[in-house]
Design a protein around this ligand. Sequence first.
Ligand code: ADP
Ligand code: MG
Ligand code: ZN
Length: 490
Amino acid sequence: MGATTTIKYEPVIGLEIHAELLTNTKMFCRCPVVDPTISPPNTAVCVVCTGQPGVLPVINKRAVEYAIMVGLALNCEIRETSIFARKNYFYPDLPKGYQISQYEYPLCINGWLDIELENGQTKRIGIRRAHLEEDTAKNTHLNDGTSLIDFNRSGVALLEIVTEPDLRSAEEVEAFARKLRAILQYLGVNNGDMSKGVLRMEPNISVRPIGSDELWTRTEVKNLNSIRNVARATAYEIERQISTYESGGQVIQQTMGWDELRQITVPQRGKEDAHDYRYFPEPDLPPLQVSHEWIEEIRAKMPELPDVKRQRYMDELGLGEYDASVLVADRAIAEWFELAVSEGGDPKNLANWIIVEMFRLMNKDGLEREQISEIKIQPAQLVALIKLVEDRIINNNTAKKVLATMYAEGGDPVEIVKAQGLAQETDSSVLQAAIEQVLDENPDEVQRWLNGEEKVEKFLFGQVMRALKGKADAQILGPLLNTALRNRHE
Ligand code: ADP
Ligand code: MG
Ligand code: ZN
C-alpha cells in the first residue's frame, strides 16, 4: 500500500473593522451622537438621518479629520480626492434604501501595521483601505415577535478599515485587533468598546494547503463583542474548515455568527456577495477634497502612538522591552503610568508594582488591565506607597498588604500604615531582644547553625520576623541576627 499523504493547511484571515467615530455630531447632519445605552430611543434624529426624501447631506469635517488621523497612523496613502457613493439595499434599519459609503475611491489606501508576535518577532499586516460611511439604525427584536428601531445610531460617522488577507493564525488576529484598538483609543477617535458595538471586528477566514498562494473559500464571522471572542471564533472556524476538507467536504461561502454559550460558529445566512449594491456616486455630495496642507497639519498634531511611546519608555525611562510593551498596550494604562511618573515615582519601580501587584489584584477582581482608571488606587498614592518602602518605613511584604487595602477600600498609604500600626520596627534594642528570645527558644537550631548548617539562619530570621508581626526592618535584622548567632560560639 502506498503511503498516504496528509495535506497540511494554513489559515488565511483578513479583518473588516467598523469603528464609530467620536464626533459630536453625525456624519451628514447636525444630530448629536449619543450613547445608545443611556439616551432614550429616537431622541437624536432629524429628517436627514431618518431618510426623508429631498433632504441634503453635509459632510462632517471632524469625521474626515479623524479618518485621516487613522489613515496616517496606519501608514496609508491619503487620497486628495475621494468619492462618496450610494450603496443600495433595503433593510428596515436603512429607511433611505441606501447607505452613503465610499467604494471605488476611498479616502485611505495601501497602508500597513506592524504587530508583535509571541516569539518576539514583528509582522507587517497590509491595510487595503479605510473609508468613511454612515452607520445604520439599530433593530431590537423582542420575543413576542415585535421589532423596534432606534434611529439614534442612524447616520453616525463610521470608519471601515479592511486589511489584506495577511493574518495566519488566531494569535495574529488577536495581536492585530489589540494593536488597532489601542491606536484608535490613543487617537481619541473611538473608545474601543466592543461590547456596545461602537467598535466591531469581523474576521474573514479561509484555509488552504500550505504552499498554495490561492485564496480558498472564506466565511465571515459577525456579532463578536470582544477581542477575545474574535480570537476564539477565528480559532474555531479554522479547525472547522480544516476538518470539513479532511472529511471530503466543501466549505461554503457564508456569514457565520458566534454562539457565545456553545463557543461555536453557526451559519447565519448565505453570503450576500451575490447582491448587486449598484453603487453610484452620491449625487448630493461633491467629491471630497483634502489638501496636502491639511493632511500635514493633521500629521503635525497627531498624539504619540504606542510604538513610539514604547521606544521612549525604553530609551528615556530605562524600562525593559516587556514592561514598556505592557504599559503602552492600552492608552488608559500608559496615562495612569505617566501620571505616576509625573508625581515623582521611579519608572522601573512603578512598572514593577503596576504590572505585578496591581494587575494581580485587578485580575483577581475580574477587571481587565485597561480598566485601571476605574480602580480606587490613585497614581500619586502608589508613588507614596513606594516611597514608604524606599524610606524603610515599611518593608516590601507589608507594602503588598497596604496595596491590597488601598485597592479594596481606597485611601492614603501613609494613613493606612499609621492607622494599622504597620510601620517597621527599626529600634535595634527591640530587635535584639526578640532575637535573643528566639535563639533561647530554639537551642537545637542554634546548635545546627554552629555546626555549619547555614540555611537554619533563614528559619531563625523568619521566627524573629514572626515574633515582631512581620514588621522588622529586614536590613537591620539580618546583620543583628548573624552577629547574635556568632556570639553564641563560645
Ligand atoms: P467583501 O467586501 O465582499 O466583504 P473583500 O474582498 O473586500 O470582501 O474582503 C473583505 C476581507 O476579507 C478583507 O479583509 C480581505 O483581506 C479578506 N479576504 C478576502 N478573501 C479572503 C479569503 N479567501 N480568505 C481570507 N480572507 C479573505
Ligand atoms: Mg465583507
Ligand atoms: Zn440627523
